[in-house]
Design a binder for this molecule. Structure first.
Ligand code: GLC
Length: 561
């Protein structure tokens, strides 16, 4: 049986869309998006064509890290709705062919979580061991501080006991001691709970931090904790509960380290991980108008077992992190896409969305999404990308890219009936205001970005082979052009060409050995056919910032539909 013909590895051909309930759609006019609003917009998501909805955290929270600081892993934040509303959303989404996955934070809680409130009281308090304590202040390697704008250590003094607790993120997010059987049990119980409510899996937050050596408390070094084994246990557990459950992990590490989080040869770890390395290399390539950085990344991208998958993205809810680039390379990207200090964050990233980084150049914007959707792997969109929403730099920190979805052209952007001052966050004004950038206008204009993205999604769904394929990067001239091949094991092949420079280019490339009489068929633009030379070589013109998806058509293949 060819695995690709079974539906159980659904994530390999999914189109994922990340949304935050509080900024998506407000159904009760209080200015805050809610679960009922999200449910009302399922039709919209289905029309766009996405097949998996990733919800950012919906749990009760003091919201000091926008919901990534949780006080009850089983709960639903009251402002967003109830468990009943949540189940309605999952059920409605499923009826439209959309699965829901939930952000899950197992690295830390809020300091307002009852476990931590108890733990901090005394050294023998209930739940004390569920967090990580040290009687003296261990040294912090500055590299380990995730939010250097607010923190300078990963250990914080708890004055009541005179001991220090571990927190890789903000000090109000104490790290859980995942080596503790009680914590492990509770994580499993929570995952099981949400699976029972119908989710198809989880986006697992901050995975590598779970496994840092400082996690095991100094006086507990007798505990034998094997992180990879633990991850495999979690995977086994969730797939026992729901056979095709997804664990999509946030692991921002170089490929060789990242690979191990997929588990062993049969993929018993995370089943999908974001490709941070290619994402960062893509920005460097765009800044230089030279394809080599992204080509290098794609060549280094490890091959995976059949059940595992890369997730391709160009933006997400955090800063655009460039931490895998060298200082000089990062500076090049800053100079090109975020020169002002107010656009930069933590010395490693940009708190911007893509359209404004590209100076509103629609052609380049389409180029980037064409690259993202043509790459083997699973595409992941962040809400608003489909209409080219920009950030609001007046909103502090990473929240600048988390402004409400722009549905219409009224001052509250069709997001809410409440006046703008009551909205979750202020929308951008000027060039990217809801008046200029909104869903309603673009859905009525077939030349809009919305229709372009919708078409890319349609092509992904028409050619599921893209999700099953692996990437090959042939030698190409000129350097400004990225050429990559998506190849499936039965010989299905697509050549994608992307010109990162403004001048048009005549591209020389080889698709490898082909049967005589093979042609390349243009899927995206003009449906033109191009003969392929005996040695697989082709010469094709690509306009400045142009893109082409060319399906290999062998003699005897059915005509492309
Ligand atoms: C992840 C999230 C980020 C959050 C952090 C702490 O990196 O993407 O938004 O602040 O974890 O939970």
């Amino acid at each position: 049986m060819r695995m690709s013909q079974t539906g159980d590895l659904w994530w390999k051909t999914a189109v994922v869309y990340c949304a935050d309930v509080q900024t998506f759609y407000d159904s009760d006019s209080d200015g805050i998006g809610d679960l009922r609003g999200m449910t009302e917009q399922v039709e919209y998501l289905a029309d766009l064509g996405i097949t998996c909805l990733w919800l950012m955290p919906i749990y009760p929270t003091p919201s000091k890290d926008d919901g990534y600081d949780i006080t009850d892993f089983y709960g639903v934040d009251r402002r967003l709705g109830t468990h009943g509303d949540f189940v309605e959303l999952v059920r409605t989404a499923r009826a439209h062919g959309i699965r829901v996955i939930l952000d899950f934070v197992m690295n830390h809680t809020s300091d307002q979580h009852p476990w931590f409130k108890s733990a901090r009281r005394s050294t023998d308090a209930p739940f004390r061991d569920w967090f990580v304590w040290s009687p003296t202040k261990p040294k912090t390697n500055p590299k380990d501080v995730v939010f250097p704008d607010k923190e300078d250590s990963i250990w914080e003094l708890e004055p009541k006991t005179g001991e220090y607790y571990l927190h890789h993120f903000y000090k109000h997010q104490p790290d859980l001691n995942v080596t503790h059987p009680g914590v492990q049990e509770e994580i499993a119980r929570t995952l099981g709970f949400w699976l029972e409510l119908g989710v198809s899996g989880f986006r697992v937050d901050a995975v590598p931090f779970l496994f840092t050596p400082d996690r095991v408390p100094a006086d507990h070094h007798h505990i034998r904790f094997d992180p990879k084994r633990y991850l495999a246990d979690v995977r086994k557990y969730v797939t026992r509960r729901v056979g095709d459950a997804l664990l999509l992990g946030e692991v921002n590490l170089p490929y060789k380290d990242q690979k191990t989080y997929f588990g062993g040869a049969d993929g018993d770890g995370l089943n999908m991980q974001f490709d941070f390395a290619a994402m960062q290399a893509l920005y460097l390539a765009l800044a230089r108008e030279d394809a080599r950085p992204i080509e290098g990344a794609l060549r280094r991208r490890p091959a995976l077992d059949v059940t595992s998958q890369w997730a391709n993205f160009v933006r997400n809810h955090d800063e655009l992190t460039l931490d895998q680039l060298t200082d000089e390379e990062r500076q090049e990207v800053f100079d090109a896409f975020g020169p002002e200090p107010g656009m930069q964050l933590f010395g490693r990233g940009l708190r911007r969305r893509l359209p404004s980084m590209l100076g509103g150049d629609g052609r380049r914007l389409r180029l980037v999404y064409s690259i993202m959707f043509s790459l083997p792997g699973t595409p992941v969109l962040f809400y608003g990308e489909e209409i080219g929403m920009a950030e609001n730099l007046d909103v502090p920190g990473r929240l600048s890219v988390r402004t409400p979805m722009q549905w219409g052209d009224d001052p509250s952007g069709g997001f809410s009936d409440a006046p703008p001052r009551k909205l979750t966050r202020p929308m951008p004004d000027g060039l990217y205001s809801p008046e200029r950038v909104n869903v309603a206008n673009q859905r009525h204009d077939q030349d809009s970005l919305w229709w372009f993205i919708r078409n890319l999604i349609r092509l992904r769904r028409q050619y599921p082979q893209l999700g099953w394929s692996t990437v090959e990067v042939p030698r190409t001239k000129p350097r400004s052009v990225l050429a990559h091949l998506a190849k499936e094991e039965d010989g299905w092949t697509m050549l994608a060409l992307h010109n990162l420079a403004p001048e048009s280019a005549l591209v020389d490339v080889s698709v490898g050995e082909v049967e005589p009489g093979s042609t390349l068929y243009d899927l995206l633009n003009d449906r033109s056919e191009h003969p392929v030379g005996k040695d697989g070589s082709v010469q094709i013109e690509v306009e400045g910032y142009g893109y082409r998806w060319l399906l290999l058509h062998r003699p005897g293949d059915r005509p492309p539909q």
